[in-house]
Design a protein around this ligand. Structure first.
Ligand code: FAQ
Length: 335
C-alpha cells in the first residue's frame, strides 16, 4: 500500500552527487527525522529494510515460544494476560512490517524472506519453553533486553520506525513487569517453584545476554548505523546497561545468575560478566539452535493455513474498490 506512493529514492539523479549525501547527513546530524518520500542513500534504505524486517520477524516468531503455554497457563488470569501479551507481539510485527513497507519493500517479499530462511530473526526465539517459569523468564529477561535495545530506537532518524517504537516500548514495559511478577511469585513459592524459577534463569540468562548481538569488535553494521542514528548505542553498551539493571533484580528475587565470574566493579559501578560463548550464538544464527527448524516449520504451516484468509481479504478489497468506482461513475453521470 505505502509502496505505491513511493518514488525510487536510490534512483534519484541527485543521488549520484556527493552533495545530496552531505545534505542528508547534515539533516541526520541535526536530529531531523527522515521521512519516506525524502531522498536517502540507498545503503541507508537497505540497512533499515534489513533491521526493521528482521525486527518484525522476531516479533512474529517470538509469539511461538510463549504461545506454547497459553493452553497450560496455571490460572485463568495468567491465561488472559498471556493471550494479551502474545497478541501484542503480533501487533508489533504488523507495525514494523508497515514501517518497512514505507521503504519500498512489500510485506509479501519480507514474509517470503522469513519463510525461505533468507532473513534473520532474533536468536533468542530458537530456545524452547520447557516449564511455566520460562514464560516468566521471557517477560523479565527477553522483554527487559528488548526494552533496553528499543527505547533508543524511539529516537531513530527514520520517522516511521521511530514512531512505531513508541507504542511498542510502552507495551513491552507491561510485558517485562508481568514476567518479573511471575518470577517473583515462583521465587517466593515452595521449594519446587523456586527451583523452577532458578532453572529458567539458568537457561535464559546467556541467550538474553547474546540477544544484543556480536561484540562491538565483531559488529559489522554498528559504526555506520550509529553515524546514521539508526542505532544510538552499540551492542556492548546496551548489553552492559541490561546487565547492570538485571543483576540486582535477580538478587531481589533471591536467584543466582549462572556466571561464576560475575562481579561488581566498585570503581566503575558496572557488573563484569564471564566470557560469552559466541560459538553458541553463531550456531543459532546458522540455523542450528535447539528450535530453529521447529520455528520455521510452524511459521510455514501458519502461512499456508492462512492462504484462504489472504485470498478472501483481497477479494473483499477488490469488491469495495469496484463498488467505489461504480458509485463515482454514477455521481459524475457517466453511462
Ligand atoms: N539474533 O552488525 P550487527 C523482542 C545479526 S524483539 C539474530 O551487530 P546490527 C520482542 C545481524 O542481523 C527482538 N541475528 O547487526 C519480544 C547481522 O546480520 P545480517 C529483536 C542477530 O543490525 C519479546 C549480524 O548479526 N529486536 O524481543 C542478532 O547492527 C518477547 C551482525 O550484527 C530487534 O530486532 C541476534 N540476536 O545489530 C517478542 C531490535 N544480533 O543482517 C516476543 C532492532 C545480531 O548482516 C517475546 N534491531 N544479529 O545478516 C537491532 O537493534 C539490531 O539489528 C541488532 C543487531 C542489535 C539486533
Amino acid at each position: 500500500m505505502y509502496t505505491q506512493a513511493l518514488d525510487s529514492p536510490g534512483k534519484d539523479p541527485v543521488a549520484a552527487t556527493g552533495e545530496a549525501a552531505e545534505r542528508f547527513q547534515a539533516r541526520v546530524d541535526a536530529d531531523e527525522k527522515i521521512e519516506p518520500k525524502d531522498w536517502m542513500p540507498e545503503a541507508y534504505r537497505q540497512t533499515l529494510i534489513r533491521q526493521i524486517s528482521q525486527h518484525a520477524h522476531s516479533e512474529i516468531v517470538g509469539m511461538l515460544p510463549e504461545g506454547n503455554w497459553i493452553t497450560r497457563a496455571p490460572s485463568l488470569r495468567r491465561k488472559a494476560v498471556l493471550i494479551a501479551k502474545v497478541q501484542d507481539e503480533g501487533g508489533h510485527g504488523m507495525y514494523l512490517y508497515s514501517a518497512a513497507e514505507t521503504l519500498g519493500v512489500s510485506r509479501a517479499q519480507m514474509v517470503e524472506q522469513l519463510l525461505s530462511g533468507a532473513a534473520k530473526y532474533s536468536s533468542i526465539f530458537n530456545y524452547p519453553t520447557l516449564t511455566w517459569a520460562d514464560v516468566g523468564a521471557i517477560g523479565w529477561l527477553v522483554d527487559g533486553a528488548a526494552i533496553m535495545n528499543q527505547v533508543p530506537i524511539c529516537r531513530c532518524s527514520y520517522g516511521p520506525y521511530a514512531r512505531a517504537m513508541v507504542r511498542i516500548c510502552r507495551e513491552e514495559s507491561f510485558h517485562q513487569r508481568q514476567g518479573f511478577e511471575i518470577m517473583m511469585t515462583l521465587a517466593r513459592g515452595g521449594a519446587a517453584q523456586k527451583a523452577m524459577a532458578q532453572d529458567a534463569l539458568d537457561r535464559w540468562w546467556w541467550p538474553s545476554v547474546m540477544m544484543f548481538g556480536p561484540s562491538d569488535a565483531d559488529s559489522k553494521h554498528t559504526a555506520q548505523s550509529m553515524r546514521w542514528k539508526i542505532k544510538r548505542f552499540s551492542n556492548d553498551e546496551l548489553r552492559q546497561k541490561f546487565i547492570d539493571v538485571t543483576v540486582p533484580q535477580a538478587h531481589f528475587l533471591g536467584l543466582t545468575l549462572p556466571d561464576a565470574h560475575l562481579r561488581l566493579d566498585e570503581v566503575s559501578g558496572h557488573y563484569e560478566i564471564g566470557p560469552i560463548d559466541w560459538s553458541e550464538f553463531h550456531a543459532v544464527l546458522k540455523g542450528n539452535g535447539p528450535c530453529n527448524r521447529e520455528r520455521l516449520e510452524a511459521r510455514r504451516a501458519a502461512h499456508a493455513a492462512g492462504e484462504w484468509v489472504r485470498e478472501a481479504a483481497a477479494a473483499h478489497a477488490r469488491k469495495l474498490e469496484d463498488r467505489a468506482a461504480t458509485a463515482q461513475h454514477q455521481e459524475r453521470g457517466s453511462p
